[in-house]
Ligand binder design. Sequence first.
Ligand code: UDX
Length: 463
Amino acid sequence: MSVRIAVFGLGYLGATHALCMAELGHHVVGVDVDMKKIDMLRSGELPFYEPGLGELLQRNLAAGRLRFTTSYSEAAQFAQVHFIAVGTPQRSDSLAADLSHVDAVIESLAPLLTKPAVLFGKSTVPVGTAKRLAARVRELAPAGETVELAWNPEFLREGFAVHDTLKPDRLVLGVDSAHPSRAETVAREVFAPLLDDGVPFLVTDFATSELVKVAANAFLATKISFINAMAEVCDHTAGDVSMLAEALGYDPRIGREFLRAGVGFGGGCLPKDIRAFSARADELGAKGASAILMAVDDINTRSRSHAIDVTREVCGSLPGARVAVLGAAFKPDSDDVRDSPALDIANQLQRHGADVVVYDPMAMGNARLQFPGLSYASTLGDACEGADAVLVLTEWAEFRKLHPRDLDTVVRCKVLVDGRNCLDPAPWQKAGWTYRGIGRPELTVTEIGVPARVSDREFAVGA
Ligand code: UDX
């Protein structure tokens, strides 16, 4: 059954959700305050890179199931179901989440709701927000109690957004236990094809649904920081963190995903979500949760500083050193540079006096906007020209395939810092390069020629 849906906020989350809802056969209007974004989407162009999403946009525009507007009244009149997918960035004055965009949607939309409707919040919010917003919606909506709010957190990964939306691991719905709710029935209609495919559907209270999202991100961030803490121990003991992670991963209770050591996590979600969760836990007096999250964040910051220390060490000193930074996106197959470890490290190296040139296969436009003071090269070769050290900070396939002969005659010094442990050290060392990984031993000459310690399989799964 086709449902009339409005999606508010057309960033990564909202645009993907709107397009996927149309793909399921629903009639969808996407709403955003940014006219430029609306114009792009109307003309069939995505405002960001996401594999597979462009085809969905064109197909559903052509099918007449999808349109875009800046008009809240148009959306309010049209839709029975409203998804709120606006951003909740970190506040500029604290670690907490900035809820002004979510609040603005409620304040503008609710007074326009004259017929029964269900609002599903998808944005990542501090626990307690849904309860407050549900009361506000009842207060503002002319249709009163027939307009209700439920929470439906989103777990999509960039680069896998379409898959994660149409074939999610689970659907979670938080409903208001204090009020009679149609939200579950409506959600079952909206997500019917997914439920028919057997996707687990968990219906819970508001607080649990809000916590599922931040706890999931906190756990993922903890895994990454845990393995980066182990990398630090390996660096002090000549252990090999890649092998350690592989051996740990065979234990199904631990699992092998999210145990890739390196320069740590970035992006629009994990860093700000763990900080907001930590701030909220602190407010609530849940000191254990805030302490663990602060430690995870600290280790992540240390991972970035460690890469800078290694670069200083291999270059002798940073002022005047010519450093090629390969990677700007926070992860491969994305043009997203929000809180990217690669760009943060590039920027810090430049502040320490290094002559830094950045190259990324896809994120150069966004990188230039965020760090206009950095130098950028249009090819990998240009970035490495005359380099005293080459740093691989995002594990793009183009970099993983690099061979020493590609760079032997390009660089000034044969020095490679593999900030993502994504290259096999042996051929580099054999070709006379200094190879430095993160938590990986420096191989001795007799070990050169041993098989790769990082299997490609490690990079083929997950994001
Ligand atoms: C994340 C969550 O995975 C997703 O469920 C949530 O909805 C949004 O936040 P995303 O931001 O797309 O998704 O990125 P993710 O694939 O989780 O990677 C986050 C960061 O961790 C990247 O910078 C990545 O390079 C880093 N990472 C990931 C590691 O450093 N090591 C790993 O083993 C895995």
